[in-house]
Write a new protein. Structure first.
Length: 257
């Protein structure tokens, strides 16, 4: 695609359907600024409002203040049971491709012979999400970060394991970007209310879950078999290099003798 510049396997190209709009490069104007800010990133810095506790009256007052500051119809609403609903915007900044389902019609193996017309074969195709992809979600105050990730993956029909992704809280201060990975139980709408509507004070980003430790349970059996094959090839190559190195040393020693 000339607009989205997505990448996928050549056999899967015909199966991918994207609603591309806008000229090439649209939405990338702030890339330079973003990269300059991201050079100085602090991860897991606690937010000032992280431990704030509000009673019912304070929640109602905060919602009124929040709604008076926004220039759209994405208001928050207080419910009779004390909970509240509202919208959050999540930016998807994924480095690796995501997998989506694709169905390919397979003709009957014996042409001309009566039988089932065609069978739908479940397949997966992968592509990179366009830069600057954002999604608004309408959620409850008790909606957890893990549930937000699940909802985002459903919206984009991504079939990858949700544990491969993480929701981050992002803020800008003094020309620095601060990132903090939200715990599964944290409530993004509560953070949105406490921080106010400013995207610089608080925004949400979906990224790969880089924990430093590989969660092997998040991969399918074919993926695990591929990893084993890759490791075996790396091991064989390492052994080959060691054997070659010692063979040369043995040859040099024999020449010296």
């Amino acid at each position: 695609s000339p607009d989205c510049s997505f990448t996928c396997h050549y056999r899967c190209r015909a199966l991918v359907r994207l609603d591309c709009s806008g000229p090439p490069g649209a939405g990338d104007e702030d890339d330079g600024t973003e990269q300059a800010l991201e050079k100085d990133t602090n991860v897991d810095e606690p937010s000032e409002w992280e431990k704030a506790e509000l009673d019912q009256a304070q929640v109602e007052q905060r919602i009124k203040e929040y709604n008076s500051q926004i220039n759209s119809n994405l208001f928050m609403s207080l419910n009779k049971d004390g909970s509240y609903t509202g919208f959050i915007k999540v930016q998807l900044k994924l480095v690796r491709p995501v997998s989506v389902p694709a169905t390919k019609r397979v003709p009957s193996l014996q042409a001309g012979r009566p039988g089932p017309r065609a069978q739908g074969v479940k397949r997966r195709t992968s592509f990179y999400l366009p830069k600057g992809t954002v999604k608004h979600l309408h959620i409850f105050s008790h909606t957890r970060a893990s549930e937000v990730i699940d909802a985002l993956l459903r919206k984009f029909t991504v079939v990858d394991n949700p544990r491969k992704f993480a929701l981050f809280e992002r803020s800008e201060k003094d020309e620095q970007v601060y990132l903090r990975k939200l715990a599964d139980e944290e409530q993004p709408l509560r953070l949105r209310l406490l921080a106010g509507p400013s995207e610089k004070v608080l925004s949400f980003v979906l990224k790969e879950n880089e924990t430093g430790e590989v969660n092997w349970d998040a991969f399918t059996l074919p993926e695990l078999h591929n990893f084993l094959r890759i490791l075996q090839r790396e091991e064989e190559e390492h052994v080959r290099r060691l054997r070659h190195r010692y063979a040369r040393c043995r040859q040099k020693m024999q020449e010296a003798l």
